[in-house]
Design a protein around this ligand. Structure first.
Ligand SMILES: Nc1ncnc2c1ncn2[C@@H]1O[C@H](COP(=O)(O)OP(=O)(O)OP(=O)(O)O)[C@@H](O)[C@H]1O
Ligand SMILES: [Mg+2]
Length: 871
């Protein structure tokens, strides 16, 4: 009764969405558990099923995707379609029934083509994304189960560890050293402490007992009670984190600008034609319909579909090569990437870390060091590092026996150490294990092999440092171990890490990954420069790249970076390939500096410390086994942690770019030229060069012919270098190929009018046949910069192109076309047309060498950016 009462008054209803007043954390654990009718041991699966049905999936992304109906509606609202529908209405009202029917058919067909393709493409992309879904450890039926986060319901009790993504909104039931990165929510870059409440906070930013979906736990561990899921969470929770923000890339912006430019030109041209026709007293309705048809022909209406389909086909092919694409646009970014920054462990090494030694300060094996390190590794909470696993793998587990934890300060990447307050047989000590320099600066004494303690003076410190440097130069990773007596100490804070006794080191090896060297060379050959950004010590990083035989140049440490301004850093990053001992924040700064220098930057990493840099990079990459926060921040996930796979992915990215450019080239040259010639001709000859219906059919068949473009392959030459959006490139192409096509068009018009004195119907039939043939076939010329016959088009493209052409010719040259106003043509005229087509294609093939592809296409910006590498 009491619980029910407090549910009404104090604790808000589950799933209430009144964001500003929704202070769900105010009551603390007990009342909150009561309010959602849950227990510390979690829900039963029966309860969970029932709640899932009531509250829905813990996922708001699905609502964002439009259904088929939404997609159709959106297209009906487009201006182009609206004009067409108006045109249909005018035709209907004036009794032009064939136009009416055909316009409607064209609207229906183009929308269907577009929607079906795009919907299928998105469905594929979504299915792929699901395969890298994030899971959470949930207490159900009293046991921990690993469930996809969308299955969570209010009342669930979830175990979180450092590196996990907070799966929904809720409160902390228990915590140890838990800190969350809430930058997404508050803009606060530093992680905030989380502990059970009530905190009494009136503002979400101060609610230390609340956890918000989509943020990440970056250290320690916590048990949370889920209170709000899905759309009821503060900011769409998990979905926000998973949908890497879709900021348009330079390529997308360029494409959009081009689209807008063409639309403007279209409006201008069409209004001009209409006006001219009206001034010269041509029939009003016919002129209007002709102008509309021209507008339809000029609009690159298939562009969005071609882009989506190209990208999603790219995503599919990348999935075959074990790369899952979360953000489709990232495929372009991957293709245009010219610098790839990578962390060390797992991408350049095997990530099979083994403990090879536990040494005292004299450099001899020491069981005491193993015992201290193992106790620290076993008792530390928070991130389980592979180094800890390696310590506990062999004799370590036994060495740690008997020790119990009193308190600890978990690992984090800024501190680079773990401290535990531990006790065994009445002896209570603090053990600190971490990066050697972190332990050394906190030590005042050293422990000799016979157990005596002597002061750590300057010569002794220098000897320790020299030993560390020697091991690191052999590629060994070192952790130092220190301790001090702590009788009576109950709690541990950073003050408790001072006055240590330096005991010795644990030595680890992590074999270099044999395949990495070849992969880096492949990337280099593809114009992508690799840089290593590691939290590990400089000599270790240098030894590794030397072993792998990687090209490398220059080194910056976190220490040096700390002293640099952002602009000083930007000045240096271009010429430095190795970065060592860097903090997560510095990884981010390095990526930003590279971007500021005009590079397209990819970053691949797997740790909590990598997540900010992954998010900041143009292409954020992570691997399947990475921590949740890293995977959530990434645009793409490699299922096999292998840089070679990435080289394949880059190929894919460049290919989709190449295919989209094929469409753009077709649109800006042949199609645009055709429509332009027709507009001009319509003013020079006393009748319309094509009836409005014929223009529309022409356009529909042309669109159909291009549906195969996303399937096409790209020449090796096109995928050899990173590409950027290059307007000058497109302009040059248009200015060469456009006039060529216009010259042929006008030649055709002149022949038809003057030599053959063609009747209007004959003229139109001939022009329709010729323009369809040239327009469609020219794709085989301009799809490659190489001689057309040396590059084989994909069979789907061949099928769509030749299929559309066959239909066009059937209509124009057989009685089937009679209803559309087509008439039989005399053989001499047909022969002349055939000669014109052959002549045009031949000339196009010849002229394209100026219009396309000198070898350094699209490289001007990039080559400037990488000049610092000297090669
Ligand atoms: N479990 C641990 N206990 C104590 N210290 C640790 C532990 N794990 C890591 N460290 C220290 O923190 C440093 C940074 O961690 P780590 O090497 O994982 O960073 P990173 O940037 O991810 O490196 P990499 O490039 O190899 O992936 C380590 O070099 C080590 O000195
Ligand atoms: Mg790492």
């Amino acid at each position: 009764m009491l619980a029910a009462c407090s549910k009404e008054t104090k604790v808000p209803q589950p799933q209430s969405t009144g964001h500003d007043t929704d202070h769900f954390w105010l009551d603390g654990p007990e009342p909150a558990l009561a309010a959602v009718d849950s227990r510390i041991e979690g829900l039963t699966s029966g309860e969970a099923d029932e709640r899932l049905a009531r509250y829905g999936l813990n996922d708001v992304a699905q609502e964002r995707r439009r259904g088929i109906a939404g997609k159709i509606l959106r297209r009906l609202a487009e201006p182009m379609v609206a004009i067409l529908l108006a045109a249909a209405a005018v035709s209907g009202a004036t009794g032009e029934w064939p136009s009416f029917v055909i316009i409607l058919a064209i609207v229906a067909a183009s929308i269907a083509l577009d929607v079906v393709q795009e919907h299928r493409a998105e469905a594929t992309a979504d299915a792929l994304k699901k395969s890298v879904a994030i899971h959470a450890d949930v207490l159900r039926d009293g046991a921990v189960q690993r469930l996809p986060v969308d299955q969570l319901v209010p009342g669930d009790v979830v175990r979180l560890e450092a590196g996990d993504l907070v799966p929904a909104d809720g409160i902390v039931l228990a915590a140890n050293g838990a800190r969350a990165d809430e930058a997404l929510l508050t803009g606060e870059p530093l992680p905030v402490d989380k502990r059970p409440g009530p905190s009494g906070a009136t503002d979400a930013a101060d609610a230390t007992d609340a956890l918000f979906g989509g943020t990440g736990l970056v250290s320690g561990s916590a048990t949370m009670l889920v209170l709000r899921t899905g759309a009821a969470t503060r900011f769409g929770g998990i979905a926000t984190a998973l949908q890497a923000a879709e900021v348009p890339t330079a390529f997308e912006v360029g494409l959009h600008r081009l689209g807008v430019l063409i639309v403007r030109l279209t409006v201008f041209l069409v209004l001009g034609v209409l006006l001219a026709h009206l001034v010269s007293h041509r029939p009003v309705v016919e002129s209007f319909l002709f102008a509309v048809a021209l507008a339809v022909g000029l609009t690159p209406e298939l562009l969005p579909m071609i882009v989506t389909v190209s990208l999603s086909r790219g995503a599919l092919r990348m999935a075959e090569r074990k790369v899952v694409v979360k953000r489709l646009g990232a495929i372009h970014d991957l293709g245009s990437m010219d610098v790839l920054a990578t962390d060390k462990t797992g991408t350049l090494t095997e990530a099979r870390i083994a403990l090879t030694g536990h040494l005292g300060v004299d450099g001899q094996a020491s069981n005491r060091v193993l015992m201290l390190a193992a106790a620290n590794a076993a008792l530390g909470t928070g991130i389980r590092s592979p180094l800890d696993d390696a310590i506990l793998a062999g004799d370590g587990a036994a060495a740690a026996a008997g020790w119990t934890r009193i308190a600890d300060i978990p690992f984090d990447f800024e501190r680079r150490r773990v401290a535990v307050l531990a006790e065994r047989d009445g002896e209570r000590i603090v053990i600190v294990k971490g990066a050697p320099e972190e332990v050394r600066v906190r030590a005042t004494r050293i422990e000799l092999s016979d157990g005596t303690l002597v002061p750590l003076d300057a010569p002794a410190a220098a000897r320790l440092e020299a030993f560390e440097a020697a091991r690191a130069a052999e590629g060994m990773r070192l952790l130092a171990v220190g301790w001090h007596p702590a009788a009576g100490l109950e709690r541990l804070d950073e003050a408790g890490e001072a006055e240590l006794v330096f005991a010795g080191w644990c030595v680890f090896v992590d074999p270099p990954k044999a395949s990495a060297a070849a992969a880096v060379l492949r990337l280099k050959a593809a114009g992508v420069h690799v840089k290593v950004i590691s939290g590990d010590a400089a000599p270790v990083v240098q030894h590794l790249v030397a072993t792998l035989g990687l090209p490398h140049h220059g080194l910056l440490t976190g220490h040096e970076i700390e002293a640099m301004t952002d602009s000083a850093l930007a000045h240096r990053v271009g010429s430095v390939d190795l970065f060592a001992r860097v903090s997560p924040d510095q990884k981010l700064r390095i990526i930003r500096a590279l971007k500021a220098r005009g590079h397209r930057v990819g970053f691949i990493g797997d740790g909590i410390n990598d997540a900010p840099a992954i998010k900041a990079a143009d292409v954020g990459l992570s691997v399947e086994g990475a921590t949740d926060v890293a995977r959530a921040a990434a645009d793409m996930i490699l299922l096999a942690p292998d840089l070679g796979v990435l080289a394949d992915g880059i190929d894919e990215g460049r290919r989709t770019y190449a295919n989209i450019m094929k469409y753009v080239r077709m649109g800006t040259s042949s199609n645009f030229g055709n429509m332009l010639s027709m507009a001009i001709a319509s003013l020079m000859i006393p009748f319309l060069p094509l009836t409005p219906v014929q223009v529309l059919i022409n356009n529909l068949l042309y669109d159909l012919s291009e549906v195969g473009i996303p399937f096409d392959r790209a020449d090796a030459q096109e995928t050899a270098r990173p590409h950027g959006w290059d307007m000058a490139d497109i302009l040059r192409f248009t200015l060469v190929m456009g006039p060529l096509s216009s010259v042929f068009d006008l030649l055709t018009f002149a022949l038809l009018a003057l030599v053959f004195s063609a009747e209007p119907a004959e003229f139109r039939t001939a022009w329709f046949a010729e323009s369809m043939t040239t327009q469609i076939l020219v794709i085989f010329v301009i799809r490659t910069a190489a001689p057309a016959w040396t590059s084989r088009p994909h069979r789907v493209l061949v099928a769509t192109s030749l299929g559309a052409l066959a239909v066009a010719l059937l209509l124009a040259l057989t009685p089937l076309g009679a209803p559309f106003g087509f008439v039989p043509l005399p053989p001499t005229l047909l022969a002349t047309l055939a000669a014109l087509v052959v002549g045009y294609l031949g000339l196009a093939e010849f002229v394209k060498r100026w219009a396309m592809a000198p070898p350094r296409r699209g490289r001007s910006r990039m080559s400037r950016g990488t000049a610092g590498h000297g090669g």
